[in-house]
Design a protein around this ligand. Sequence first.
Ligand code: ATP
Length: 230
Amino acid sequence: MLTTHKLTASYGDFQALFDISIELKEGETVAIIGSNGAGKSTFLRSLAGLIKNSHEAITFNGTAIGALAANHVLEQGIALVPEGRRLFPSLSVEENLKIGAYLHRKGHWTLERIYSLFPILEKMRSRPGTALSGGQQQMVAIGRALMSNPRLLLCDEISLGLAPTTIKDIYAALPSIKADGTTVILVEQDINQALSVSDRFYCFQEGRVSLTGRPGEVDMAHIKAAYFGV
Ligand code: ATP
């Protein structure tokens, strides 16, 4: 479904990603793990069209999309849940969710389905997004991305700064998201959380893939070495 071929990314003179080549099959959940600054967010932003590349660096369903702008990437069916949630502060929960549907891509996700996935949001539908707890804001950010009916959902650190029970509530939504055949990439610093829900993982270290495999088939010592670079 998605391949990257020797994808690179730089901020000015600083190169953050080096020759990242990965493959994803439709319906898979794949984790990208790695420590602070390993390049995980940069990779997701590249896939989402927020950092441009050569067209050929990213292929999605047979189409080269590496140089498309973010709105055209979204049209293709790739939606990002950004790190830090980035809700629109002056808009209500429901308005934030509706913004996700502005391209009118066909699919199963509607406001009603988002509310049945995260019932607390229905109760808070008229409140400003920023008046919610961190976990509830994260639910809105996920719901907003789902409202675009993506085929590939990119989740950037959705557990960051949240209490363990809240993280559990958020991750409980994943099976419903996958049930529609949605492919998911999860960026996480928490190795155990990421591996517990993923079919495969890529570990990034200093902008390069340092290890790839299936959870359960690679021992933790190898994963930790690839994660910390020791
Ligand atoms: P974190 O978990 O801390 O978000 P990450 O693995 O997602 O880490 P990135 O945010 O992709 O890492 O950052 C990769 C490298 O690029 C880091 O060295 C970071 O300092 C640098 N970087 C990220 N964003 C910028 C930017 N806007 N300008 C300059 N350098 C940046």
